[in-house]
Design a protein around this ligand. Structure first.
Ligand SMILES: [Mg+2]
Length: 341
């Protein structure tokens, strides 16, 4: 089979190759092929817009992140942001920045991953752009969603007395990333492949599932007072909600739903398991606060979201203090992950 590169096939042929895969819903009045897309707004709803880029060498390593996972992650991280706002995803724009010597099959693979998750959440890819990169592969996605005015979730609504919840499990994506890195560095079999939890953690890193349905239901049921998605770790999420809402938060260490293997992995590598797991990003779960009186509504949300676990991990307090309560006392919440550091 002859393989061709991006420069050999050329920009226009590459764009046609991608647009041939797309189907436009009726509310897309002008789709790919013109200077810009034109869409009809959803009646009675607000538009929610977000953008996030995945950069080779910063967000992913092509030695162990396959093309379909690059495409999946590029859209998933944006859908996760829409979920955190309580929005229904609708459309996305895709900007590809590619080195000329990149094999076209890599582009096809990235599109495979992106189109699969787009179909799952009924997101229409309505336009984009391809530019030459001097080196790394970059995939930049803009996602557009809609939400009814009274159902918008933000980071600012947490009040003292609210309970703090997190969906799913945390810490798994970091362990998955470390496992993939080790295998790539040391050769096949030297990673965590012998551990039963490694595959699940790797999958969590490679193909995170944005909590779209849970976010929608939390907004629709008016169950949450504040919400954020966990891109940069649980500690960072707690910090962001507390700062935006002007409150403190106390987290119970024993209540945190760490993914299977997280404690074991960090302990085995000589790290404080809780600190490391709290700082580990890429989980894309939702962290939210809710009044204690809406526990019934939360149960309904959980059921309708396919029995997605929602674990109470702490409470919102007066003042600005962020503490981690342990069996032996309380300490300051460890710092989270920050870009540019
Ligand atoms: Mg976010």
């Amino acid at each position: 089979m002859s393989s061709r590169t991006v420069s050999e096939i050329g920009e226009h042929a590459l764009i046609s190759r991608i647009t041939a895969r797309l189907a436009m819903p009726p509310w897309v009045l002008v789709g790919p092929g013109d200077d810009a897309a034109v869409i009809e707004p959803e009646r009675g709803a607000l538009d929610v817009l977000t953008t996030d880029a995945q950069v080779e060498g910063v967000h992913f390593d092509r030695r162990f992140v396959p093309p379909d996972a690059i495409g999946h992650r590029a859209l998933a991280v944006n859908l996760s942001d829409l979920a955190a706002m309580g929005a229904q995803p609708r459309a996305a724009l895709l900007s590809l920045v590619l080195p000329g010597d990149l094999d076209v099959s890599v582009v096809d693979g990235m599109l495979d991953g992106l189109m699969t998750i787009a179909a799952r959440y009924r997101v229409a890819l309505i336009g984009g752009n391809i530019t030459r990169s001097p080196g790394p592969v970059m995939v930049d996605v803009t996602a557009i969603g809609s939400v009814r005015p009274r159902r918008v979730l933000t980071r600012t609504g947490a009040r003292p007395g609210d309970e703090v919840y997190v969906t799913g499990t945390v810490g798994g994506a970091l362990v998955g990333l470390r496992s993939l890195q080790r295998t790539a560095d040391d050769g096949v079999g030297a990673g965590l492949k012998t551990r039963p939890y490694a595959v699940e953690c790797e999958e969590k890193y490679l193909r995170p599932e944005p909590r779209v349905r849970a976010g929608l239901l939390l907004g629709r049921n008016r169950a949450a007072t504040a919400c954020i998605d966990l891109s940069d770790g649980l500690a960072d999420g707690i910090r962001q909600i507390a700062a935006a809402s002007g409150v403190g938060i106390a987290v119970d260490e024993d209540a945190i739903p760490f993914a299977e293997g997280v404690r074991e992995y960090h302990q085995a590598h000589g790290h404080d398991p809780v600190c490391t797991a709290l700082a580990g990003g890429d989980d894309y779960e939702l962290l939210f606060t809710a009044r204690p009186s809406v526990r019934g509504r939360l149960r309904a949300v959980r059921q309708q979201a396919g029995d997605l676990p929602m674990t109470k991990i702490g409470v919102v307090t007066k003042g600005q203090q962020l503490v981690l309560r342990t069996a032996s006392g309380a300490r300051d919440l460890p710092a989270g992950f920050e870009h540019f550091r």
